[in-house]
Ligand binder design. Structure first.
Ligand SMILES: Cc1ncc(C[n+]2csc(CCOP(=O)(O)OP(=O)(O)O)c2C)c(N)n1
Length: 532
């Protein structure tokens, strides 16, 4: 008879989940010992990095990934990364080892006492099977639930003595071979009425969110914008974990500001705001004002019932974003509206000493390959990067929608492992590096040839900006002198370039992008925000 382990690994195979991200402890060894040859174990040296890598891998591969953590302390270390994964709508099966069943009640060392409570409320489902024989079905339940919309992390705790227990072959086979699909189309009446409202609007606008990219609906979004001559804005940057629209397209206007009043101001003059694949809206600083411009209506298409229900204004349709946009493209006529005026290209930024982050991004844009991918965690230069690079291919941009630092560095390694043929550039502040610094080691160990572009401004620039916006003075801890990231990265085995002028930055980036090894380019930059 097969064991729990045989059946579980067969399930992982059937679901295309043969890469396991983990950091092992004694409670995970029975699962991992003699790992079958068709599985790859990607080692993270700390659990936040394990989940961050798995997050990037799942998003860039488009399917659920496994992150295996070490009982309670491992889950504890990973909580910030799990928070990011749920905000990113990333399908993750998170498993953790547990004491042997015979020693759980007496709470032997490393017992995860309330295993299922621990990752709440960050996961869609949290479970510890009552019997060892139930483990394969629980894992199947977890994978399907994680992959159904809205996608997100789930958690299964597995006592370490469960893996060797025998299971009934027939029932294990049933659990393994199930296919569960969840892409649902909006009801035709909602689509028809939205199509009518859109076509009848005098000056409609389209706001493109991250789930357009996640659902492979990039071309559909472009088709709709072109057919209906819609100007397009990207959702506010803090919640825009992916790009829903090519940023070099003539209809593209820019990134919406992340606050209530400024969003309404930016969309002034539009009578219908169509939002797809985003919450309404991922605001951050509280800058009050009307929720919508005078006379405007809003309709959001989202696969997440919670996003639809909690929105403070507008109507919503809960359905698959890609399929619904496709139905909408079919239902609307070619509009006779004037196409929006073509947007201006990136602003030219003069080189200064030290360089401005915008200048660094303009140098990156010069050498950035057409199929390149950016993973971004450089808070004070987020908008500058978007403006200078104008990314225009699907699956080219990953950013933490949750806002927890530590995603960027770790996720870039996972993205590169999922997309080995596309060059990945991780653009990151020297402060952000510290939250997942051991991912440098994983990049080297797993030969993920990421280019790490580290912007060193010796401060938490974004927090100084926030302090200014909120008129707060005298906060400690906002200066970061002497954070020598290049030397730290060398300690993990990376090749590092230290460059300070624009040409040298461009050349170092070109060399790193072309290299088959992970390399790091560290650039001192001027303090403060870079917007263009
Ligand atoms: C886990 C976590 N801790 C703290 C913060 C708060 N925080 C937001 S941005 C930031 C500074 C990041 O510094 P750096 O990467 O150097 O970027 P800069 O602001 O200088 O562009 C901090 C500490 C956070 N977002 N996530």
């Amino acid at each position: 008879m097969p064991t729990v382990r045989d059946a579980s690994f067969d399930l992982f195979r059937a679901q295309g989940m043969t890469t396991i991200f983990g950091n092992p402890g004694s409670t995970e060894l029975p699962m991992l010992a003699d790992l079958p040859g068709d599985f790859r174990y990607v080692m993270g040296l700390q659990e936040a990095v394990v989940v961050g890598m798995a997050d990037g891998y799942a998003q860039a591969s488009g399917r659920a990934a496994i992150a295996n953590l070490h009982t309670a302390p491992g889950v504890g270390n990973a909580m910030g990364a799990i928070f990011n994964a749920q905000a990113n709508h990333t399908p993750l099966l998170i498993t953790a080892g547990q004491q042997v069943r015979a020693q759980m009640t007496l709470q032997a060392n490393l017992t995860n006492r309330e295993a299922t409570r621990m990752p709440h409320p960050l996961v869609k489902w949290s479970y510890e099977p009552p019997r060892p024989e139930d483990v394969p079905l629980a894992l199947a339940h977890g994978v399907h639930l994680a992959s159904l919309p809205p996608r997100g992390p789930v958690f299964v705790s597995i006592p370490m003595d469960d893996w060797g227990v025998e299971v009934d072959e027939a029932s294990a086979g049933e659990a393994i071979s199930r296919i569960v699909s969840g892409r649902s189309v909006a009801d035709p009446e909602s689509v028809r009425s939205l199509a009518e409202r859109l076509d009848a609007a005098a000056n409609p606008v389209f706001v493109a969110g991250p789930d357009i990219d996640a659902m492979g609906a990039w071309d559909t979004a472009v088709a709709l914008a072109e057919r209906q001559r819609l100007p397009v804005w990207a959702t506010p940057a803090p919640g825009g974990g992916r790009l829903g629209f090519p940023e070099d397209h003539p209809n593209f206007r820019g990134v919406l500001p992340p606050a209530i009043g400024p969003v309404a101001q930016t969309l002034e003059g539009h009578d219908l705001i169509l939002v797809a694949g985003s919450s309404v809206f991922p605001y951050y600083p509280h800058i009050p004002g009307p929720l919508l411009p005078e006379g405007a209506q809003l309709v959001a298409i989202t696969s997440d019932p919670d996003e639809a229900a909690r929105a403070p204004m507008g109507d919503a349709i809960v359905a698959d974003v890609g399929l619904t946009l496709a139905a909408l493209v079919e239902a609307v006529p070619e509009s006779s509206r004037q196409p929006p005026p073509p947007n201006e290209g990136p602003q030219e930024i003069p080189a200064t000493d030290p360089l401005n982050s915008s200048t660094v991004h303009s140098a990156l844009a010069e050498v950035f390959p057409e199929d390149g991918i950016v993973v971004l965690e450089s808070p004070s230069s987020t908008l500058a990067l978007r403006n200078q690079l104008r990314l225009s291919r699907p699956g080219s941009y990953y950013f933490s929608a949750g806002g927890g630092l530590g995603f960027g560095l770790a996720a870039s390694v996972g993205v590169q492992l999922a997309q080995p043929d596309r060059p990945v550039v991780c653009v990151i502040g020297e402060g952000s590096v510290q939250y997942a610094v051991t991912a440098f080691w994983s990049a080297v160990a797993h030969e993920a040839p990421v280019t790490f572009l580290v912007l060193r401004n010796d401060e938490y620039a974004i927090l100084k900006w926030f302090a200014e916006v909120e008129s707060l003075q005298g906060a400690p801890g906002l200066d970061l002198p002497e954070l020598n990231v290049a030397s730290v990265a060398e300690g993990y085995g990376l090749k590092a370039h230290r460059v300070a002028d624009r040409d040298a930055v461009r050349d170092a980036l070109a060399a790193s992008v072309a290299s088959s090894q992970p390399e790091l380019v560290e650039v001192p930059v001027a303090p403060g925000m870079s917007l263009f």
